[in-house]
Design a protein around this ligand. Sequence first.
Ligand code: DNO
Length: 420
Amino acid sequence: MPEQSPHTLLEEGFRWFGPDDPVPLSHIRQTGASALFNSLHEIPYGETWPLEAIRQRQAAIEAAGLSWRIVESLPVHEDLKTGRGNLRTLLGNYRRSLRNLAEAGIRTVVYNFMPVLDWVRTDMSWPLPGGARSLHFDPIRFAAFELHALKRPGAEDTYSPEQIEAADRWWRTLDTKGQERFIQTVIDVFPGVKWGLTLNHIRQMLDRYQGIHTAELRANLERFLSAVIPVAEEVGIRMAIHPDDPPFPILGLPRILSTAADIEAVFALADHPANGLCFCSGSFSARPDNDLVAMIERFGSRIHAAHLRNTQRKDDGTFYEGGHLDGSADMAGIVRALLNEQDRRQAEGRRDCQITFRPDHGHVMMDDLDKSVVITPGYPSIGRMRGLAEIRGLMHGLRHTQTLRKYPSFTTEIHALPRE
Ligand code: DNO
């Protein structure tokens, strides 16, 4: 990490899904963000990432004038989450990948420990009043998925009779094609890959979680962390776990990272700074009892990366992804808390004081609405760039206000400030 000057902004990042991403590196460069969140999606989950492949990707990114700052994600194989299978080999491979990444100079690795599905929405093209499209989650539609498509045994016990009736009603509005489209929306959204999953695959994956409740899943995470964190620590890598999205139980599966109490419990499993968090404001904000600013103030020292986006929650339990500054989460408060955390780190003399964020998700809007290429759900270029620009403006505004308070006659560039 470079030396930081006082009042540094957060580092601006952008996600790139690799050479097949319809958003090319040259476009990302134009956004002004330079820190890439990238993964080697072509390597199957559980295999070692060879140093050569890492270096090749890194060279491609650097040739575009950008830098591969964060691995998102180094996926955790389902066997490690269920605790069944050839765990020794999987853990050994993960550790080797970390060593190779460190050798290439990459210092932050995002991963998640969500069972079966990475993230879930019930509509990837929810119309907003102005004509842009957003991502939406509706518990009634999700109930329809469980009850009518997946036919998950026991699902009916988790819904009220009114919800079951509403789900039936909605399901009946879909024709066969509509049902098929809806099912794919729910089950096949893994970052950077299309697996062509079917309902039967999901049923088999769910079966493997029989008997695995919160305590077991947490114990499996502990096993993973105790194998991986010592290596991360040794080679200087910070691990950043991504929260549950959505942050409540689905499909009868356990969830272990939805609230502040969960973060505390996960940190306690391996009490070392290398065991850290990817603070995703979008995931956490879908729950009304999460106070995001307080979470950053409390756990900030172990936040190693941030995903900034907003959700708009409704009283009926639905939520959609609003504009980055526009939703249930107090984005100004969140960004201010992250900037304060950077200042705190700097005062402490920590070398890794700058926090890298990416504008997470974005609306499909303007020219993106008419593109013939398939846009990765949540990852259109224009909507994300709008989010980035808004957060960039917010950071500058917040720093400017701080500066004016401290140096009332100050008028020039914030970066030119003298050291305190
Ligand atoms: C969704 C993303 C997640 C995230 C992984 C991290 O848009 O934030 O897919 O990359 O859960 O492992």
